[in-house]
Design a protein around this ligand. Structure first.
Ligand code: ADP
Ligand code: MG
Ligand code: MG
Length: 206
């Protein structure tokens, strides 16, 4: 894996931007139709702040997080912003990452999201993809998988998580205003996380 942290960020920006309408449409059904717009605005701002010279993964991810918090108005900005900042805190001074560090970053990001948004598993949020994906990654790594294999297991679990969000009622975020009418629709934030995860996995293999 020779890819730089800025090339990962740039790949995420590309995939979020190309899913702008898809994510916004999902949010249109159970929210206020801006998730793709919010995420695209955030990552478009992020790529302007990150360059190839940024080799310290931790410092770069902190910059990504701060930029998301300051440019995205919706719930997803502070939540993803916190996640990137917390993940960055576990990678301070590092230029490459091993599986153990990735696990620590993932947990710190998840805990940051939970602390900020006061949501837990089963409330129809991004957590319903992030947490099972992390657990699948950790399980695979514990069984001796490579990072690439671990990320593939994580994607499978995140996709199951998206399907799970269709079956439950939202109890956090704007979708909770719909009550039972939120059932049957997938959560936009769980979907954007899965897109980001897939992008990281694809880019990792390059
Ligand atoms: P907003 O809801 O402010 O318009 P977005 O549409 O950008 O913001 O983001 C909506 C997504 O944010 C939801 O699909 C959900 O995954 C996530 N979300 C909302 N509230 C919370 C929360 N308290 N904890 C975790 N995730 C949340
Ligand atoms: Mg919204
Ligand atoms: Mg909004």
């Amino acid at each position: 894996m020779a890819a730089t942290v800025s090339s990962f960020i740039s790949a995420i920006n590309d995939s979020i931007t190309s899913n702008k309408v898809f994510l916004t449409d999902l949010d249109g059904v159970i929210g206020d139709a801006d998730h793709g717009i919010n995420m695209t605005r955030g990552f478009n701002a992020v790529v302007l702040k990150v360059s190839e010279e940024d080799s310290d993964v931790g410092a770069t991810l902190k910059k990504v997080g701060m930029t998301l918090i300051s440019t995205v108005g919706g719930a997803s900005g502070p939540l993803y912003g916190t996640a990137f900042m917390k993940a960055g805190g576990e990678a301070a001074g590092m230029t490459t990452l091993d599986g153990e560090t990735i696990s620590k970053m993932w947990l710190a990001a998840l805990e940051g999201i939970k602390a900020r948004g006061k949501a837990t598993l089963g409330e129809k949020t991004m957590i319903d993809a992030i947490e099972p994906a992390m657990e699948a990654f950790n399980k695979a790594m514990g069984e001796g998988a490579t990072i690439e294999e671990g990320l593939d297991k994580a994607i499978e679990a995140a996709e199951v998580g998206i399907e799970y969000t269709k079956t439950i009622r939202a109890t956090k975020g704007r979708a909770s205003y719909l009550g039972d009418r939120s059932i049957g629709h997938q959560d936009p934030g769980a979907t954007s996380f899965t897109i980001i995860l897939k992008t990281i996995a694809e880019h990792y293999k390059k």
